[in-house]
Design a protein around this ligand. Structure first.
Ligand code: GLN
Ligand code: ZN
Length: 776
């Protein structure tokens, strides 16, 4: 039995890589200094893993930006617009200058008379990691361009004194994760041109002394077409013939192989990795097939690579035991369920007891601790009486019992309330058709009412004041005086600009999830629990460890204050339950659905309190509903059912004439429009400005009855839109929607913008609404 790992966080345990890259981009450190920082992190990671007892240590899992972009560089898939940089670099300093090209592809390049747009970035499966999407053309060629994988193999081998296991994104997933940049071909057609480069890579790795190679093919976790399945078979048969001696480990994760299971077990590889956290039943499915009569090994991903909870070692032992009985110890590898880049580095960096109390901390494991779990599991099989391992097992058992029974986790009142939920709790008093005229009468808004999505510029001063308050340099009273002043200024400013439905500006919020997490029971915050989101950007998700409970109102004071300053309606502003869930580490001891419903109840109470305080319009943001969609379509309905129910529970409980808004900022509604309509929100604001209102088609085709605010101002750019272009967008909207249902607003919050451009843009927006009113 072998302990191995699929990948380790590369940001460094104190975000060293973030700092080094950003300094390099700002020309504050040299290329060599950046390379050194990278090398130090890699060596630390390799030694850490080796010392933890991992025998098969991954290499090439390091990346200065993204592993998919690394692959594009390695196989020379450089989009045409970047070729000038490539030409410059190969003449002068070939190896090092690839870094300039690499960062240009990731971040764009404006220098030396060149203005090159960055490559597109998108979510990595259902994680919060983002990868750089490969771009392909019909005449696409591939060539071995970057030496990264060989360099890192050499480095790792020297550091470890033994052969590491290079990790490569497999050729089929690499192609499928990319995009055709022109019509007339299918990216899978490029496989024959791509495979020779993979063969060249494997040939060289073999010559360097590689024994195992990990090929990540996470596309096997999605629904595939027959052609796509055939591409897998062809690829791995071909590689097998070329490399009879290399040990190929095929890894997919985040979902079951599902309908691809038969394909996966037929592939002529040496080991197949199973994500047994996301798909525990998969093991028994496989052990029932003739797979057990083959030679192929199984890599059992029993330690959760996506979450931060302690492993249940005994349960993992039982799982492993079942496999051992059927195929024997020698055919088994033990690993985390997926690469550990999705969890923070090291729980031992959490020293502030105000963040994670010792009680809660003992239930958790970050990447470093997960390595220990993997290696303990292996030790317990090799030597069941090993003193250290059995001590760990005993402590593990005790921690799990303590967690289960903890009063910190269990709030009987919350659980009781959850169990008493009925259909009625997810139901507004009347239907939308009944609510709409009552709301119109109460709010007295003009046609095409104008509003914003919630936040206003979070200026340096706002952030500085919050930082000072957190450090204790100013008192709570001083901080709140400051926020009140900012809020008042924002209200006056909105009145001047001429907006119809105002917001308080969210100056008191650091982040739309963290703010609520800090005010709710059941949430904890790490000090150093950073996870890479993309490039140098890291996030520190809140940790939901227990039953969620709202000890007291969270936003009422600020909304009420803002409303007291004006006669115009001020929108109450809340983050929805699904978004809070989606952007946190969620407890694993109850279904996600239940945790979501608990959050929904807390938001419900807040909504009721806001109404009680005189707030007539309440927005519940759900920008993350879409990203929670399961990877396989067959699981969508179950998820959407509870997600929509959670939203409805939050929004119900108010009178018919209280208007509920929701907001989502992404660009695909077609495949989930029914669920969105089921949310029963009186108004939805969405991101549409870039798509020229094409997005509205989904709503129109569905006969969506509710009011819609299609964004007319792209807030992702400092550019100020003109009145005319916004009028134009509004006309496009009224061509397909009844005028009385159309709102006028930006795409999203204005947190990242500056006041100057915001003022101009919103004045134009109000003017555009005025013009549109005159046109009907
Ligand atoms: N109300 C939030 C804001 O304006 C919404 C942010 C979002 O959609 N991501 O900042
Ligand atoms: Zn948004």
């Amino acid at each position: 039995m072998i302990a191995h790992n699929l990948g380790y966080p590369r940001i460094g345990s104190h975000r060293e890589l973030k700092r080094a890259s950003e300094q390099f981009w700002a020309n504050k450190i040299t290329r060599e200094q950046l390379q050194d920082a990278g090398r130090r992190i890699r060596q630390d990671n390799w030694l850490t893993q080796q010392q933890a007892g991992i025998t098969l240590v991954p290499c090439n899992d390091f990346s200065f930006y993204d592993q998919v972009l690394d692959m594009s560089l390695t196989v020379g898939a450089i989009p045409k617009r970047f070729r000038p940089l490539l030409a410059q670099s190969t003449e002068a300093q070939p190896a090092t200058d690839l870094l300039t090209l690499y960062f240009a592809m990731a971040r764009g390049y404006q220098q030396d008379g060149l203005d090159l747009k960055a490559m597109e970035m998108t979510k990595w499966f259902d994680t919060n990691y983002h990868y750089i999407v490969p771009e392909f053309t019909a005449d696409q060629t591939f060539t071995l361009l970057s030496e990264k994988v060989f360099d890192e193999f050499g480095e790792a081998k020297q550091t470890l004194g033994t052969a590491p296991k290079p990790v490569l994104l497999g050729p089929v997933s690499y192609l499928l994760l990319g995009k055709e940049k022109e019509t007339g071909f299918d990216r899978l057609d490029l496989l024959d041109r791509l495979l020779p480069v993979y063969e060249a890579i494997l040939t060289r790795l073999q010559a360097q002394g590689a024994d195992w190679i990990q090929l990540d093919e996470p596309m096997l976790s999605l629904d595939l077409t027959n052609d796509q399945r055939a591409a897998f078979a062809k690829t791995y048969n071909q590689l097998r013939v070329q490399f009879p001696k290399l040990k190929l480990l095929l890894a997919s994760y985040f979902e079951c192989y599902g309908a691809n299971l038969n394909l996966a077990i037929q592939l002529p590889v040496d080991a197949l990795h199973l994500d047994l956290v996301r798909c525990p039943n998969q093991l028994d499915d496989i052990l029932q097939t003739d797979f057990i009569h083959k030679q192929t090994r199984l890599s059992l991903g029993v330690v959760d690579g996506r979450n931060i909870w302690l492993n249940d070692l005994e349960r993992s032992q039982k799982t492993i035991q079942r496999a051992v009985e059927k195929i024997g110890q020698n055919r088994i590898l033990i690993a985390p369920s997926c690469s550990l880049v999705h969890v923070p580095c090291d729980l031992n960096s959490e020293t502030n007891e105000q963040g994670l109390t010792p009680d809660i901390k003992q239930w958790m494991a970050f990447a470093r601790q997960k390595l220990d779990e993997v290696s303990t599991l292996v030790t317990l099989f090799r030597e069941p009486t090993n003193a250290q391992a059995t001590a760990v097992l005993t402590a593990n058992r005790a921690a799990l019992v303590a967690r289960r029974e903890s009063t910190l986790i269990n709030r009987p009142a919350v659980q009781a309330r959850l169990s008493q939920l009925t259909e009625k709790d997810a139901q507004r008093q009347g239907e939308f058709a009944e609510r709409q005229p009552l709301q119109h009468e109460r709010l007295q808004l003009p046609l095409f009412p104008t509003t914003t999505i919630g936040s206003f510029p979070q200026t340096e001063t706002v952030r500085a004041n919050r930082a000072k308050f957190k450090k204790g340099e100013i008192t709570l009273g001083q901080y709140e005086d400051f926020i009140r002043a900012e809020t008042e200024r924002a209200i006056r400013w909105q009145e001047e600009v001429g907006l119809d439905v105002l917001v308080h500006g969210e100056f008191e919020r650091n982040d739309m999830v963290e703010y609520f997490g800090e005010l709710l029971d059941g949430f904890a915050f790490s000090e150093n629990g950073w996870v890479q989101s993309y490039g140098s950007r890291c996030v520190k998700p809140p940790i939901i460890y227990g039953d969620v409970y709202r000890p007291e109102p969270m936003t009422v004071r600020w909304s009420q204050y803002a409303q007291s300053l004006t006669n115009k309606p001020v929108k109450g502003m809340l983050t929805g339950p699904v978004t809070i869930l989606q952007w946190s580490f969620v407890r694993d001891d109850q279904p996600r659905r239940d945790t979501c419903l608990q959050i929904a109840l807390a938001i419900h109470d807040e909504v009721v309190d806001l109404e009680e305080a005189g707030i007539r319009v309440i927005q519940i943001d759900e920008p993350a509903i879409r990203e929670g969609l399961p990877l396989r379509k067959e699981n969508w309905k179950t998820y959407l059912d509870w997600a929509v129910r959670a939203f409805r529970i939050s929004a119900s409980g108010v009178q018919n004439d209280t208007q509920i808004h929701t907001h989502m900022c992404y660009s695909e509604f077609n495949d989930m429009i029914e669920a969105i309509a089921n949310m029963d929100a009186d108004v939805i604001t969405i991101e549409t400005s870039r798509s020229q209102m094409e997005l509205l088609d989904a709503f129109v085709n569905f006969n969506y009855p509710y009011e819609i605010g299609p964004g007319v101002y792209d807030i992702h750019s400092p550019r100020v839109p003109t009145v005319d272009e916004m009028v134009d967008l509004l006309q496009k909207a009224t061509n397909v929607l009844p005028a009385r249902n159309v709102w006028v607003n930006p795409d999203c919050g204005l947190k990242t913008r500056r006041w100057a451009e915001t003022t101009e843009a919103l004045k134009n927006m109000v003017q555009a609404a005025q013009t549109a009113r005159e046109l009907v």
